[in-house]
Design a protein around this ligand. Structure first.
Ligand code: FES
Length: 99
């Protein structure tokens, strides 16, 4: 899960202001391209705002101060711990195959 919270008031920190939207997109794209058997989701604030951008492995630890450069390593970690989706999930949804 990637925090994509954005605050518009004053000097309050937020992950989106530090680039977490691009990180969330890169993780979602990497999960899809590598067929990693996990769901990548966006989230609004883990309470780690001053240390963000924040990524939370569920179950698992926080990854704080996340940068785009860290995404390949995060994907490697997810791939090693979660494996790959079964092949039958790679095709289009059954309802789109026609009759
Ligand atoms: S704004 Fe991202 S953890 Fe709070």
């Amino acid at each position: 899960m990637v925090c994509v919270n954005r605050r518009f008031k004053g000097d309050e920190p937020s992950c989106a202001a530090r680039g977490s939207l691009a990180i969330a997109e890169a993780i979602e794209r990497g999960v899809r391209e590598r067929h990693i058997d996990i769901i990548a989701e966006s989230f609004i604030c883990f309470g780690q705002c001053t240390k963000g951008p924040t990524v939370k492995l569920v179950p698992g630890d926080f990854i704080l101060g996340t940068t785009l450069d860290m995404v390949p390593g995060i994907l490697d970690q997810l791939e090693a711990s979660c494996g790959h989706k079964p092949k039958e999930e790679d095709g289009p949804p059954v309802h789109l195959l026609g009759s």
